[in-house]
Design a binder for this molecule. Structure first.
Ligand code: PLP
Length: 385
């Protein structure tokens, strides 16, 4: 652990638990993404669902990136925080009429369509408004992303996207429809993908589908390859930025597009996860029969990832220089799954010690709940405290 990395003296005056965002790290990450995509036909749509904190969104939109939204309220939030509607894509399996109408009224860039009935609904609603909606078909590429089953999305029997068998029907409908315009195809194979081979497979499938459409006389403007790039949860200090160079290079190499075609990306986690930490205080150190429990004032209501999908977060004691001791780190919520880590080597703790749960910037604060009548965690930013 790098001492002095957190402004721990300032933390003492803040009520725990809270989220702390390292804005420098976020900017360094955004700089790299910008550098790796500049001068190419690459477009970034940040996946708002990973972290919809207004300050974070403003930071990202200031780089000129677009947004990937999965609800009507995310579209409203994104626009409020500086994203241009002409740079917003809208995904989700259950878009309601109200949400589709909002997206049409906002003139968003593209609907990522996930089923035949959704496509028919968009055609109908756009027709009522005398508009033409741009759509991309989300195709289920049937790729195993080798990630946790709750966050894998690209396999055939999955609620997301259209299956191969649906595509001729979809194309047939689009040909006869006058209020939707097919501009591309969309994929998203899962999340926290660290084996880049999965993206290589995705490129092969995507090229296959591009040809399938071209053979039927359809010229696609774009291929949207979704998000999913993983980060290093084990070593937040040594690897604070995801491997964007290798990631983008892979698409350079394997996607052969025409000059008028572009690749769209929807990174979420890889943009924001490393810059956020959940800061908590040690309430009690409890000696069990064979183990020690570090009981902190943050719980699964503040960060549900460990409870929801056995996610690993690095945990450190910022207040102690004493010898590492083995603890189960648990929260105060009345659920056994309210555990942040088991058998963790953490500097010996006492009541009041400040604990950092690292890499919590994605799917952390956005998923917070008020179970047990708890308050939602506040957020602070490195350049504002
Ligand atoms: C969740 C999601 C993303 C972002 O995924 P990350 O793993 O956070 O990069 C991108 N696109 C779609 C359609 C999603 O559902």
């Amino acid at each position: 652990m790098i001492k002095g990395q957190f402004p721990i003296e300032k933390f003492r005056f803040l009520e725990t638990p809270f989220y702390y965002y390292d804005i420098d790290l976020l900017r360094q990450t955004l700089d790299i993404i910008k550098k790796e995509t500049q001068g190419k036909n690459y477009h970034i749509h940040y996946a708002v669902k990973a972290n919809a904190n207004p300050r974070i969104l403003r930071e990202i939109s200031s780089y000129g990136f677009g947004a990937d939204c999965v609800s009507g309220n995310e579209i409203l939030r994104a626009v409020e925080c500086g994203f241009s509607p002409s740079n917003i894509v809208f995904a989700g399996v259950g878009k309601t009429d109200k949400e589709i109408n909002l997206a049409l009224d906002s003139d968003i860039f593209c609907f990522n369509v996930e089923s035949l009935p959704e496509m028919e609904t968009i055609e109908g609603l756009a027709s009522k408004k005398g508009k033409r909606a741009r759509i991309a078909l989300r195709i289920n590429p049937n790729i195993d992303a080798h990630t946790h089953e709750y966050i894998t999305t690209g396999l055939n029997e999955n609620k997301f996207g259209l299956n191969e068998q649906d595509l001729p029907k979809a194309l047939n409908f689009i040909t006869g429809a006058s209020h939707i315009e097919l501009i591309g195809i969309h994929f998203h194979i899962g999340s926290q993908i660290t084996d880049l081979c999965a993206f290589e497979n995705l490129c092969v499938r995507a090229m296959g589908w591009k040809h399938w459409f071209e053979n039927r006389g359809v010229r696609l403007q774009l291929i949207n390859v979704g998000g999913g790039l993983g980060i290093n949860y084990k070593h937040p200090n040594h690897c604070p930025i995801a491997n964007f160079e290798s990631y983008f290079r892979l698409f350079d190499k394997h996607m052969k597009l025409n000059d008028d075609q572009s690749i769209h990306f929807e990174p979420g986690r890889s943009v924001v996860a490393p810059c956020g930490s959940l800061i908590a205080q040690t309430v009690y150190v409890k000696e069990g029969l064979s183990k020690k429990f570090l009981i902190i004032d943050a719980g699964m209501t503040d960060l549900i990832r460990p409870a929801l999908y056995q996610a690993f977060h690095h945990i450190e004691n910022m207040s102690s220089e004493e010898e590492p001791t083995c603890y189960d780190v648990v929260g105060p919520i009345c659920e056994s799954s309210d555990t942040f880590g088991k058998n963790r080597e953490i500097n010996k703790a006492k009541r009041g010690d400040l604990i950092a749960i690292r890499s919590a910037g994605a799917y952390g604060e956005v998923m917070a709940s008020q179970y047990n009548c708890r308050k939602l965690p506040k957020s602070y930013f490195s350049d504002q405290i």
